[in-house]
Design a protein around this ligand. Structure first.
Ligand code: CUA
Length: 157
């Protein structure tokens, strides 16, 4: 084998190791989760929020022109949210600031990701797919409260 071939092969191998290491680092150290398309659940048309166990909540989020339902979600700090997102009309996006949440809201389909809110505060979310005239107004927020005794209060729940 030629010397340059050996070098190219070694560099490719090294790159593979670096990329695999980066994926493992993101998954384990940074806790980055990949959104999942849910296929064993019927698309829902109404938003719901309920508690599934201590500190774990399930949120069904509906996107439509030009709002998210619910638009305001109050939860105690330390909450883990199983987030299911769908759309009633066209494709929207769902991005939560300071969280690794970036989902597509697709009509007829459900996308899922789990997100944990440790720090109290407000976490804004917004549509990141251009969806028409009022796309820029399509937003909402999670309000994470310090007091653990608070019951979740959704915008329209
Ligand atoms: Cu919905 Cu942009």
């Amino acid at each position: 084998m030629d010397k340059s071939e050996k070098l190219a092969l070694s560099l490719s191998g090294l790159l593979l190791i670096v990329f695999f290491g980066a994926i493992m680092y993101a998954a384990v150290a940074e806790d980055v989760d990949v959104p999942t398309c849910i296929t064993d659940m019927d698309p829902f048309t109404t938003d719901t929020l309920f508690q599934t166990s201590e500190d774990v909540y399930e949120l069904h989020m509906v996107a439509r022109m030009w709002a998210f339902q619910p638009s305001t979600i109050r939860l105690p700090a330390g909450s883990t949210v199983d987030l299911y997102v769908t759309s009633q009309d066209i494709i929207h996006g769902f991005k939560v600031e300071r969280k690794n949440v970036n989902l597509m809201a697709v009509p007829g389909a459900i996308n899922y990701i789990r997100v944990k809110f440790d720090e109290p505060g407000e976490y804004f979310f917004a549509c990141h797919e251009f969806c028409g005239a009022a796309h820029h107004t399509m937003a909402g927020r999670f309000i994470i409260e310090e007091n653990d005794d608070n019951e979740p209060i959704g915008g329209k729940l």
